[in-house]
Design a protein around this ligand. Structure first.
Ligand code: GLY
Length: 250
């Protein structure tokens, strides 16, 4: 059996962007599914599915991400291989088109799990992960949204979410390959108008992402500050262990 789940969008997706979100997640499913169908690994499937959504400006991941309080995009991502429990992650990177690919490189070619900011960009350059100018990640749609937030003085992300005014479109994927291996990946631009340097759940192993061949895989979406408090991804895995592997019950 092979299996692939992807997500792209939470909270209030504006009606005008609904079709683009549907097409984006379906496109990502096709990309990842073709990897699994030809016998590829779960880790290849989740990386390619998430990279497809990072490349799609619809989502809050890669180009098109939310803009922070000082007008910049900062990206977070993580990936985990359920065969080995090895993981890689990046936080607050500004010069990388596909942070999920950089996270995988860190998992496979460094002795670390999480690199942030300038160190992550340096690692990308050293390992030939494509970089870009910070401006490349900023789109006109998000600039308009950001100006609207700033002019309305809705400076608090919490207030903005409470009023249901903003979407949150973190992306992610979980795959099971033919060999029975599970992998998970998550990528995000974080929350709109976030404080510079703010890191959410997505790059934190055990919060936004977890994979263990013995149990299952998780990729979270939603409000990072709440997800971090309950270590959501690992908590779901732990509950699956005591619920006979049932993800719905967990
Ligand atoms: N769940 C994404 C974030 O809060 O950054």
């Amino acid at each position: 059996m092979i299996s692939l789940v992807v997500h792209g969008g939470a909270w209030d997706i504006p009606d005008s962007l609904l079709a683009a979100h549907r097409a984006g997640v379906q496109g990502a499913l096709q990309v990842g599914w073709s990897v699994l169908k030809r016998g590829g690994s779960a880790i290849d499937a989740v990386e390619s599915a998430v990279a497809a959504m990072e490349d799609n400006e619809t989502f809050d991941a890669g180009k098109g991400s939310f803009i922070n309080a000082v007008g910049e995009v900062e990206l977070d991502a993580s990936i985990m291989d359920g065969r080995t429990l090895r993981a890689g992650a990046v936080a607050a990177v500004q010069n990388v088109r596909n942070p999920i690919t950089l996270a995988r490189k860190i998992m496979e070619e460094s002795e670390h799990v999480l690199l942030v900011g300038m160190g992550a960009t340096r690692f990308a350059k050293e390992h030939k992960v494509p970089t870009c100018s910070p401006d490349f990640l900023v789109t006109a749609r998000e600039l308009e949204r950001w100006r609207d937030i700033q002019s309305a003085a809705r400076f608090s992300t919490v207030d903005a979410f409470r009023h249901g005014r903003l979407p949150s479109d973190t992306v992610g994927a979980v795959a099971l390959d033919r060999s029975g291996s599970i992998a998970s990946a998550t990528s995000t631009g974080g929350t709109p108008n976030k404080y510079p340097g703010r890191v959410g759940d997505s790059p934190l192993i055990g919060c936004g992402t977890y994979a263990d061949n013995e149990t299952g895989g998780v990729s979270a979406t939603g409000w990072g500050e709440s997800i971090i408090k309950v270590v959501l991804a690992k908590r779901v895995i732990d509950l699956m262990e005591v619920n006979g592997g049932d993800p719905d019950a967990a």
